[in-house]
Design a protein around this ligand. Structure first.
Ligand code: ADE
Ligand code: ZN
Length: 347
């Protein structure tokens, strides 16, 4: 097995990680205490999201590639994120979450992150989404000053939102342009909300005209059609997950022709029930097919993983050698929305 320390030392970026999925247990307990909020159960079960109704543990995975992530897996997980992010009420608390994320990334050898933030989970900030972005940016600024890795934000829409809500939020974002927000994103459960490409087309057009980058969750809770929509209707430059593209050879060719990287997260897909186990995951087939692939964690805290550990597992399960891990590292930097100077420094 390739040593995790060796993996940590490879200069790398993480491009598919949700800030909502990085709260350490200690951070959650402290936030709950500060706000006088009762825990839903014993501290040790906070990440056993079944206590927040509906999250399925890997042992009871719904499995099956045809089904996709359905019902309890992803949607229960998203309800857990609402509960947890609801604990962040002050700007100082938000900045602390951001700082803590930067420290965690640095400890895993991640020098730069495109971090997804979906304001709908942070229910104390409804109507103050830009203020939330500013508070998080303050935490990232402080982290960078302290020598930790840097991060930019991909501002995410939730699939269940309406076209009007999306256009209002992105309109606001584009007119205020908070620091560190470099991209827009779509996440959430496509199974629960139906196809979303058409609905968010207007919002994404606004973002694109304002020079914001674009990344879209697709080919996870949706099949290949979600990826086609992300490319054709939202002009996605990167696809989060995208793993079910493997079911459509024409789509694989399109990803290659358009040079669109995927933000793949094997552990997340297995834990949330999309694939039965790592061996069944299409990651090695995507690499083999010549698609640009990055290897990420999605939601490392509740999934109880780190990126260095997951790269080591991937190397072991799929037989990736050191050269392939180095290619993943370089690809993560190239696929990121870091500015060109930082990319040059890291590559
Ligand atoms: N939000 C956090 N993790 C997610 C995932 N894996 N899919 C969709 N939305 C998410
Ligand atoms: Zn994700």
């Amino acid at each position: 097995r390739i040593d995790e320390q060796e993996i940590r030392l490879l200069p790398k970026a993480e491009v598919h990680v949700h800030l909502e999925g990085t709260f350490a247990l200690g951070d959650i307990l402290r936030l709950a205490k500060e706000n006088g909020v009762a825990l839903p159960g014993p501290a040790a079960t906070i990440f056993d999201v079944s206590t927040h109704d509906g999250f399925t543990r890997p042992e009871v995975s719904t499995g099956g590639t045809a089904q996709g992530v359905g019902g309890a897996g992803l949607s229960g997980f998203l309800r857990f994120l609402d509960w947890q992010c609801g604990l962040v009420r002050s700007g100082e608390q938000a900045a602390r979450v951001a700082y803590s994320f930067a420290a965690r990334q640095t400890a895993s050898g991640v020098r730069y992150s495109d971090v997804i933030v979906n304001p709908t989970h942070w229910n104390a900030w409804r109507g103050r989404e830009i203020a939330l972005m500013e508070a998080l940016a303050a935490g990232f600024d402080e982290a960078e000053q302290d020598g930790l890795g840097s991060a930019n934000i991909a501002y995410s829409l939730l699939r269940g939102q309406s076209a009007a809500e999306a256009e209002q939020l992105i309109g606001d974002l584009v007119s205020r342009r908070p620091a560190r927000v470099v991209a827009v994103s779509v996440d959430g459960d496509e199974k629960a909300s139906g196809r979303t490409g058409e609905k968010f087309r207007g919002a994404f057009r606004l973002a694109e005209s304002a020079g914001l980058r674009r990344t879209v969750h697709a080919g996870e809770s949706s099949g290949p059609e979600g990826v086609w929509d992300a490319l054709d209707l939202l002009h996605a430059e990167r696809i989060d997950h995208g793993v079910r593209s493997i079911e459509d050879p024409a789509l694989i060719q399109r990803l290659i022709d358009d040079d669109v990287p995927l933000g793949v997260c094997p552990r997340s897909n297995v834990t949330l029930g999309l694939y039965a186990d790592w061996a069944a995951h299409p990651l090695p087939r995507l690499v083999e097919a010549g698609v640009r692939v990055t290897l990420n964690t999605d939601d490392p805290a509740p999934l109880a993983c780190t990126i260095d550990e997951d790269w080591a597992v991937a190397a072991e399960v799929y037989g990736f050698d050191r050269a392939q891990l180095a290619r993943f590292a370089a690809e993560s930097i190239r696929a990121s929305f870091a500015d060109d100077d930082l990319k040059r420094e890291l590559l």
